[in-house]
Design a protein around this ligand. Sequence first.
Ligand SMILES: NC(=O)c1ccc[n+]([C@@H]2O[C@H](COP(=O)([O-])OP(=O)(O)OC[C@H]3O[C@@H](n4cnc5c(N)ncnc54)[C@H](OP(=O)(O)O)[C@@H]3O)[C@@H](O)[C@H]2O)c1
Length: 262
Amino acid sequence: MTCSATDPIRLLLFGAAGRMGQAVLSVLPEYPQVELVVAVSRSDHPLPPGIPVFPSTALAGVPEFDVAIDFSLAPAFSRLLELCLDRRAALVSGTTGLSSADRHAIEQAGTRIPLLWSSNFSIGAAVLCVLAERAARLLADWECEIVETHHRRKIDAPSGTALALAESVARGRGEDTVWRDRIGSVGPRTPGTIGIASLRGGDVVGEHVATLFSEGERIELGHRAQDRRVFARGAVRAAHWIAGREPGIHQLADLVASELAD
Ligand SMILES: NC(=O)c1ccc[n+]([C@@H]2O[C@H](COP(=O)([O-])OP(=O)(O)OC[C@H]3O[C@@H](n4cnc5c(N)ncnc54)[C@H](OP(=O)(O)O)[C@@H]3O)[C@@H](O)[C@H]2O)c1
């Protein structure tokens, strides 16, 4: 990340008491160019001393901020988006399981504020999608299936990253994504589909494996996140990168490409 000599950007952290919110709080000291001005929490879960906490019930009264980082749950997303639109602030969101109405609202909001949503803020997962797209382009007639594994408390399935991986594979093949799970008497595999299986258990932070099958051989492309701080660092970098940019829907891939090229 390129440090600038300007004032630090003012950050609002939404979902601060959650697992990802706490991971963001733990990495913020590494980024002196990002200043936390408000941490929004729904409940009264204790946060480390010195953190400027605000209850989510009083969102309208939060102090001014330049960019929000959101790691909450889908039902909370629309209220935060409205706040960012009111304040003309940028929004970086990693919340998964968003509704189609939320996705539509993101598209609309992109005409007024800078926005970046990603299902996975790790650089390794972004590169995995690039590799999967390339492999699928080379092996367009191979069959692809994806397995994702997460901790027992994750509430949405399949993961946003598994869906993004399926989209990458479909893009590589030049097809629309048709993903499916398999329960019951589903019959033989339908050509062109991408199966996604979701495993839930233990404290797994996040694992994704795309397998490309042919007769007599297969390729496995995978990524394993061992520590939530990889997502937290990606989101803080994205917040710094997006603050002050033109309104629009920005992509993590552009940030990753610029960082890898540096
Ligand atoms: N994009 C990525 O790289 C990435 C990586 C990991 C996870 N995620 C996603 O990030 C999200 C958070 O994950 P997590 O593991 O941190 O979940 P979590 O531990 O359950 O935390 C969710 C947080 O959201 C808050 N929240 C829930 N409903 C709310 C509401 N209506 N208004 C305000 N705040 C609300 C909760 O507040 P209270 O604690 O006060 O109830 C909690 O702090 C999930 O969607 C997950 O899939 C994304």
